[in-house]
Design a protein around this ligand. Structure first.
Ligand SMILES: Nc1ncnc2c1ncn2[C@@H]1O[C@H](COP(=O)(O)OP(=O)(O)O)[C@@H](O)[C@H]1O
Ligand SMILES: O=C(OP(=O)(O)O)[C@H](O)COP(=O)(O)O
Length: 401
C-alpha cells in the first residue's frame, strides 16, 4: 500500500511534488495552454500542501524532445498562480544551483514551479528506481527536499527519474490524484461484472492488444468496438468497407490486424463490431448498414442501430470502461455516436472513462455523470489491463525503506 498525504506531517517541510500537467497547447506557437484540465486536477493536492504550510517545488514535463509541444512550463506556472490561493513562482531551471537556491528560500505555504524535467537528457530515459536515484536531477534535488509526493498518475506508466527515483532517497507519498485514480482503476477485477470495454478512437494496434489482454484474462466479459478501431475489426472480419475507410484503417493499423482476425475467431461471442456506420456524402451524414457496404465515402461514425445495440449492453453491465471516441466527434455531424454512447454508458453500474481525446470529447459535447474520468490515457489503460505501474511500484517499495 502506498502512503498518502494522510500519513504526511507537511508543516515547514520542503516537498517535491511530481504532477502531470502535460497539456495541449494553442497551436499558435505562443506556448499558451489550450486546455487546463490537468492543472485543475492537481489543485487539490497542491492546495492541501500549502494550506498545511509546506514549501512546494513542482516537478513536471511538457511534450517530448523535438515534438511540437516540447515547451517551458512558464505558462503552466502562470495558470497555476491563477488557480491556487497560494503564491506561485517559476524558475527556468530544474535542479541546478539557481533552482536549489530558490527552493531553499521559499516561504512556507508557497509554490515554485521548476522547469520542464524533460529538458534534461536523463529524464527521457527509463531507469529502475535504484539507478534513477543516482541521476543528477534526483540526486541534486533530494539535497534540498525533505519529502517527495507523486501525484502524476498520467505519467505513472513511465520509469523516468522524476517518477521513480525520489522514492529511494526521500520519504515518499502518493498525492490525491494518484490516490483517487488508483482507487477507481486499480482493482478493476473487483468491479461488478459483466464488465464491458468499449474501444474506439484511432490507436488501432494498441486497442487490438488491449482487447486481447482483457478478453484473455477475463478482465472484460465483452468488448464493443467503435471509431477507427471498430472499422479495423470489420476490415479484419473480411467486410469490404470501401477504399477511403479501408485506407484510414490500414494507415492506423501497422501490424495487428491479423491479431484482430484471430480474436474474432477465438472470442466470437465476446467481441461486437458495428452493424451500421455513418458516412459523409455531399457534406451530409448518411447511415448505411454493414451489408450495404462497400461505399466510396468514408465511415466517420457508428450508426443508430449500433448505438442502440450497445446501449442495451450497458443497461445490464456492472462496469463499463470507455476509451476513444466512437467517431470524428470534432465534426458535429459525426459526434452522434460518441455523444449517445457515452451518455448511455452512465446507465451501467459503474462507468470509467480514459483517454486524452476522449476527455476533450466529453468537454466539447458536455458529457458528464461518469463514476470516474481518468486524468491519464496510457496510464489508465495500463492499469485497466492489469499492469503494475512503475510509479506505484516505486512508491510501494519506498514505503518499505
Ligand atoms: N471513424 C473514424 N474515422 C476517422 N477518425 C476517427 C473515427 N473515429 C474516431 N476518430 C478519431 O479518433 C481520434 C481520437 O482517437 P484516440 O487518440 O485514439 O483517442 P484517445 O486520445 O481518447 O485515446 C479523434 O481525433 C477522432 O476524430
Ligand atoms: O500525456 C500523457 O500521456 P497520455 O497521452 O497517455 O495521456 C502523459 O503526460 C505521459 O506523456 P508521455 O506519453 O509523453 O510519456
Amino acid at each position: 500500500m502506498i502512503r498518502t498525504l494522510d500519513d504526511l506531517d507537511a508543516s515547514g517541510t520542503a516537498v517535491g511534488v511530481r504532477v502531470d500537467i502535460n497539456s495541449p497547447l494553442s497551436g499558435d506557437g505562443d506556448g499558451l495552454l489550450a486546455d487546463d484540465a490537468r492543472l485543475r486536477a492537481h489543485v487539490g493536492t497542491l492546495s492541501e500542501l500549502t494550506e498545511r504550510n509546506a514549501r512546494v517545488a513542482v516537478l513536471a514535463h511538457q511534450g517530448r524532445p523535438a515534438g511540437d509541444e516540447f515547451m517551458s512550463l512558464s505558462a503552466h506556472a502562470r495558470r497555476l498562480d491563477e488557480l491556487l490561493d497560494a503564491p506561485v513562482e517559476y524558475v527556468d531551471a530544474t535542479f541546478c544551483k539557481a533552482a536549489r537556491d530558490r527552493i531553499e528560500t521559499l516561504e512556507n505555504g508557497s509554490v515554485l514551479v521548476l522547469e520542464n524535467t524533460r529538458f534534461y537528457s536523463e529524464e527521457n530515459m527509463s531507469f529502475d528506481p535504484v539507478n534513477a536515484a543516482e541521476t543528477h536531477l534526483v540526486e541534486r534535488l533530494s539535497k534540498v527536499l525533505d519529502v517527495f509526493v507523486n501525484d502524476a498518475f498520467a505519467a505513472a506508466h513511465r520509469s523516468q527519474p522524476s517518477i521513480v527515483g525520489f522514492t529511494e532517497r526521500l520519504p515518499s507519498f502518493g498525492g490525491r490524484v494518484m490516490e483517487r485514480e488508483l482507487e477507481a482503476l486499480g482493482e478493476i477485477r473487483d468491479r461488478p461484472s459483466p464488465r464491458v470495454y468499449v474501444l474506439g478512437g484511432a490507436k488501432v494496434d494498441d486497442s487490438i492488444e488491449i482487447a486481447e489482454t482483457v478478453l484473455q484474462s477475463g478482465i472484460a466479459d465483452t468488448v464493443l468496438t467503435t471509431g477507427v478501431v471498430g472499422n479495423a475489426f470489420l476490415h479484419a472480419d473480411g467486410v469490404s468497407l470501401g477504399e477511403e475507410t479501408a485506407s484510414v484503417v490500414t494507415s492506423r493499423a501497422r501490424d495487428r490486424l491479423d491479431l484482430a482476425e484471430e480474436l474474432l475467431d477465438r472470442f466470437p461471442d465476446r467481441i461486437q463490431t458495428p452493424s451500421d456506420v455513418a458516412i459523409k456524402r455531399d457534406g451530409e451524414r448518411i447511415e448505411r448498414s454493414i451489408e450495404s457496404l462497400p461505399v466510396e465515402q468514408p465511415a466517420f461514425d457508428v450508426g443508430q442501430e449500433t448505438i442502440d445495440t450497445y446501449a442495451e449492453v450497458f443497461e445490464t453491465a456492472g462496469t463499463v470502461v470507455l476509451n476513444g471516441p466512437a467517431g470524428v466527434f470534432e465534426d458535429e455531424r459525426f459526434a452522434v455516436g460518441t455523444k449517445e454512447l457515452y451518455n448511455s454508458a452512465t446507465d451501467a453500474g459503474f462507468s470509467i472513462v480514459g483517454g486524452g481525446d476522449t476527455a476533450a470529447a466529453l468537454r466539447q459535447l458536455g458529457l458528464s455523470g461518469f463514476d470516474h474520468v481518468s486524468t491519464g490515457g496510457g496510464a489508465a489503460l495500463a492499469l485497466l489491463t492489469g499492469e503494475q505501474l512503475p510509479a506505484v511500484t516505486a512508491l510501494d517499495s519506498g514505503a518499505e525503506n
